[in-house]
Structure formats: C-alpha cells, structure tokens
Write a protein that binds this ligand. Structure first.
Ligand SMILES: *[C@@H]1O[C@H](CO)[C@@H](O)[C@H](O)[C@H]1NC(C)=O
Ligand SMILES: *[C@@H]1O[C@H](CO)[C@@H](O)[C@H](O)[C@H]1NC(C)=O
Ligand SMILES: *[C@@H]1O[C@H](CO)[C@@H](O)[C@H](O)[C@H]1NC(C)=O
Ligand SMILES: *[C@@H]1O[C@H](CO)[C@@H](O)[C@H](O)[C@H]1NC(C)=O
Ligand SMILES: *[C@@H]1O[C@H](CO)[C@@H](O)[C@H](O)[C@H]1NC(C)=O
Ligand SMILES: *[C@@H]1O[C@H](CO)[C@@H](O)[C@H](O)[C@H]1NC(C)=O
Ligand SMILES: *[C@@H]1O[C@H](CO)[C@@H](O)[C@H](O)[C@H]1NC(C)=O
Length: 478
C-alpha cells in the first residue's frame, strides 16, 4: 500500500502531538492483527526514544546474572565472565487489551524497536556471545531484552596474597550516548538476589569462586554532562587447592627434608651432598613453579618471597655445613680462636642453643712452662743418675762387674732424657693443638645449632603466616 489516506495522516500527526502511541486496537485476537497494529503504530517509531515528552526520562532497569567466571589473566589484568543481561524499559503510552488482541506479550525482532545503547565501561574486547534476535513486548508497553554477554573486562587484579587472593572486579553498565536526564539506569534485583541466582546457575566450577556481588548506582560526570550508570562489584576468590597441592606441599616437603638433614652428622660429607641434592631439586621445582605464578608489574606474590627466603635458607644451611666440615677436618691447623669469638660463641650463644661449655678438665691446666720443665728434668735426671751411679758403685754391688765408664752412662741417660723431653714437648704441643681444634669444633657446633634454630623459627613463622592468610581469606566467604 503506497497511498496514504489524508485522514489517516492527519490522525497520526495528531497522535504524535498528543503522545507517543495510544492503546492499540486489534481487529481480532490473533497474532496477525496484533502484529499489524504494532507495524502501524509502534515499529515506525523505533528511531526515537519511546518517551511522550522530551523531558521524560527513559528508565532502564538492569539485572545481571553471572553465568560463569571463565578466567583471569593477571598479566593483562583481564577478567572474562559470561553474564545474562536483562534490560527492561517502557514504551510510553503503548498498551493493548489482552482480550481484544488475545495475548499479554509478544516477541518481536530486536531491530524493530528502539534499543538502548547500554555498554560496559570495562569492555576490553568485542562480545563474542551469540546474538539473540528477539525481545519481549507486553501489553503494558514494557520491553524485556534478555541476552547473554561474554564480558572481557579490565580489572585491577591484586596478586599479593596469591594463591589465596580475593579479587574485586567492577562491571559498569551505562548508556554510551544518552545523558542521565534522557536515559537513567535503575537497579533491578538486589545484590542478594543476584548472588543467589548466580550461585544457582553458575556453570563453571573453575579456578574462581563467586563469593559476593555489590551493586551501586553511580553517576559519571564528564564536564557538565552526567551519565547514569550501575556498577556491579564482582568479588571472587581463587580456589587454592591446585596451588597448595602443586606448589606449597612439595616445597614444604623439600624444606622439611632440609631441616631434618641437620640430624646427619655434620662432619660427614654426606650431609653436604644431601643438601646439595635438595637444593638442586628445589631449583627444578622453582623453575616449574615460575610458570604457574601470576606475573604483574605491580606487586610480587607473598608466596614468591616465601619461596625465595626458603631457598636462601637452604643455601645458607649448606654454607654452614661446608664451614663445619672445614672446621672438623682442618681445625687442628688453625690458630686459637680469637678471644671475642670464644667469649661470644662459647659462653653466650652456647647457652642460647643449650650447648653449655664443657667443664675444663685438670689436664688442660697442668701444663708447665716447657723451658723450666726441661731444665728441672735435666737437673733432676742428672741428680738421679748421679745418686744412682753412686749407689751402683757403692757397697751394694757384690758381683764384680766390669767397671762401667761413668761418663758414658751419664751421657746415655742424658740423651734419653733429651729424647723424653722432646717427646713431652711434642705431646704438649699436640694437646694444645687438640684443645684449639676442640674449641673450633665447639664453635662450629654452636653455630650449626644456632642456624638450625633460626631455620626452624623461620620455617615455622612462614608456615604460620601462610596458614593465617589462608584462614583469613577463607573466613571472608563465611
Ligand atoms: C483504538 O480505539 C479507541 C476507541 O475505539 C480509540 O480511542 C483509539 O484512538 C484507537 N487507537 C488507535 C491506535 O487507533
Ligand atoms: C512536557 O513536559 C513539560 C514539563 O514536564 C511540560 O511543560 C510540557 O507541556 C510537556 N509537553 C507535552 C507535549 O506534554
Ligand atoms: C523514571 O524514574 C524517575 C524516578 O525514579 C521518575 O520520576 C520518572 O517518572 C520515571 N520515568 C518513567 C518514564 O517512568
Ligand atoms: C570493591 O571495590 C570497590 C571500589 O574499589 C569498593 O567500594 C568495594 O567496597 C570493594 N568491595 C569489597 C568487598 O572489597
Ligand atoms: C742439661 O745439662 C747439661 C750438663 O749437665 C747441659 O750441658 C745442658 O745444657 C742442660 N740442658 C738444659 C736444657 O738445661
Ligand atoms: C741436684 O743436686 C745438687 C747437688 O747435689 C743440688 O744442689 C740440686 O738442688 C739438685 N737438684 C734437684 C732438682 O734435686
Ligand atoms: C684430642 O685428644 C683426645 C684425647 O685427649 C683424642 O681422643 C682425640 O682424638 C684428639 N683429637 C685430635 C683431633 O687430635
């Protein structure tokens, strides 16, 4: 039908002056008649915002349901979610009688109606979700526009407490073009309803668990113009089991092994090679782990610091073992430990690590000055030999023995005495060296125990910290 009756034209103009559309009149309660009426009075108006008056605001009620949290990219700071977006608005003045037209609602192609330009501020990539071609229109003029959207949004992700992290990502819905006085966003369901519904429909049981949703209407002001927006905060928690099983537990095992390697005697080379093997294993483990850890330029996960500190402790403990082995094997060649070291380590630190200094035996204190010693021995031997010789040469010898030359016997005895003295001196020197070595070994043992103590304390504190972070994060969900 190309020709338009003048009367009809006048009527339409009249209608437009007085309002958008009036109640529809269906000729019969069939879809065809309703569609015909819609085609005549509603569809031609789709270029315009469905308001009777320019000063009227179109209220768009929005409700979202989170269908899935697909993933988080820490490096790109991107969150991928799938939502159901439900928009509702009114076509002012449109209505029809249920009995007359035979239905309360009808689905119409999306492109036949005015559709608000709602978009998400955080969009980072195009929406690849399937397009839904229809919207519902009911007999009060309300339009229901439901569709799924795959949102790739930017989100500021904090990974400090990885893998026990909780992320707070916002999705801001608003009209791209229309000012707040033309299109206003109205919050539909409350955050509790959204959360409950989302929990029911959440299909992915992936790495992320939805724990809370916050909704807040807000207004974006750019210069004088204001835009109405609705902000959703999606609060989600990482499920840490995978990381606990793959990262924390092996690390803890390696560290525990390293701690217990203290039970191996330090003087045996086995302890050093054992620790070396552990460090090698840990290095391989760190390499594997680095691929799993999230990276951002902003912060380092606390777990990284934990791993690095553990590695440092392992290396330090290996170094300590090396020093102790060195002391064990070559301390007899060392000079006596300096006084301050002896006092500090043997008197104070030894008490701290429950290794009280041994009681000094008398043997240690009886050393005489070797020179006077030698002289005394020399003279006493001389005296003994003299008296002995005199007794031999006296009356007590009934047997006639060939006379021993006194001088040669004396010489022999003196030589013997010199040898004895030399042996004694050697012995003294050896004992002195043995004492130095013992002191060094004691120092080594004290330092070994001290480092062991530090190690235990550090490991305990870090485990407690990790467990605290974990329980604190878990309590958030409660
Ligand atoms: C429908 O009919 C009523 C009364 O019969 C009339 O007032 C109204 O304007 C009609 N509406 C349209 C859109 O023709
Ligand atoms: C539009 O609204 C304004 C104020 O709300 C009113 O003054 C004006 O008459 C209205 N126009 C029409 C056509 O209803
Ligand atoms: C939209 O909402 C505001 C306040 O909530 C109200 O004043 C206005 O009339 C509503 N507009 C329509 C078209 O219902
Ligand atoms: C999420 O972040 C927003 C703004 O950064 C803040 O207002 C809101 O309280 C946060 N929610 C939670 C649960 O931390
Ligand atoms: C021991 O005595 C002899 C002579 O009796 C003397 O020649 C020698 O120097 C003495 N040795 C020492 C260490 O006094
Ligand atoms: C050895 O004998 C001489 C005299 O016979 C004496 O003066 C000296 O004190 C004696 N030495 C020792 C150690 O007995
Ligand atoms: C030190 O002396 C003791 C006996 O006094 C001995 O059993 C030990 O083997 C000696 N140690 C060294 C390193 O010579």
């Amino acid at each position: 039908m190309t020709e338009v009756k003048p009367a009809e034209l006048i009527f339409i103009c009249f209608m437009l002056l007085h309002g958008f559309v009036a109640a529809l009149n269906c000729t019969s309660p069939t879809p065809q008649s309703l569609l015909h009426a819609l085609e005549q009075h509603v569809f031609p108006e789709k270029q315009m915002r469905p308001a009777k008056n320019f000063s009227d605001t179109t209220n768009i009620t929005i409700t979202i349901t989170i269908l899935g949290i697909l993933g988080v990219n820490e490096k790109a700071q991107i969150l991928t979610t799938v939502l159901w977006q439900a928009l509702q608005w009114n076509i002012e003045g449109l209505s029809w009688d249920e009995k007359e037209c035979g239905t309360t609602r009808i689905s119409v192609p999306r492109e036949k109606l005015w559709i608000p330009d709602i978009y998400i501020t955080e969009f980072m990539d195009e929406d690849k979700s399937p397009k839904t071609p229809y919207v519902y229109l009911d007999n009060t003029g309300r339009v229901y526009d439901f569709k799924p959207i795959r949102v790739i949004s930017s989100c500021r992700l904090g990974i400090y407490t990885f893998p026990f992290d909780v992320q707070n990502c916002s999705l801001t819905f608003g009209s791209y073009l229309h000012f707040a006085k033309d299109v206003r966003m109205i919050q539909g369901a409350t955050s509790e309803e959204i959360l409950e519904k989302s929990r029911n429909v959440l299909q992915t049981k992936g790495e992320w668990e939805l724990i809370d949703i916050d909704v807040a209407p807000s207004t974006l002001a750019i210069e004088e113009t204001q835009y109405s927006q609705i902000k959703y905060y999606i609060i989600m928690k990482r499920r840490p089991t995978h990381y606990v099983v793959n990262l924390l537990v092996p690390s803890c095992f390696l560290v525990t092994l390293d701690v217990f390697s203290v039970l191996l005697p330090p003087e045996s080379v086995d302890r050093a090679s054992f620790k070396m093997t552990l460090i090698l294993g840990y290095t391989v483990f760190l390499l594997i782990m680095n691929e799993q850890l999230p990276i951002t330029g902003e912060s380092t996960p606390v777990i990284n610091v934990f791993f690095t500190l553990t590695f440092t402790m392992m290396v330090a403990s290996l170094l300590d073992t090396v020093v102790i082995i060195n002391i064990e094997f070559s301390s007899s060649r060392y000079r006596a430990p300096p006084r301050w070291l002896r006092v500090l380590v043997l008197q104070y630190l030894a008490v701290v690590v429950f290794l009280p200094p041994e009681k000094k035996s008398n043997r240690v204190t009886v050393f005489l000055n070797p020179s006077t010693d030698e002289r005394t021995i020399n003279s006493s031997i001389t005296n003994i030999s003299k008296s002995h010789l005199s007794s031999i040469t006296g009356n007590t010898t009934p047997v006639k023995t060939p006379p021993v030359p006194l001088d040669s016997a004396l010489q022999e005895l003196k030589k013997l005495s010199r040898d004895l003295t030399a042996i004694r001196l050697q012995m003294d020197e050896h004992l002195q060296g043995n004492k130095t070595a013992q002191e060094w070994q004691m120092i080594g043992r004290v330092i070994d125990r001290l480092l062991f103590g530090f190690y235990i304390v550090f490991i305990t504190v870090s485990y407690i910290t990790i467990i605290c972070i974990w329980t604190w994060n878990n309590s958030y969900a409660a």
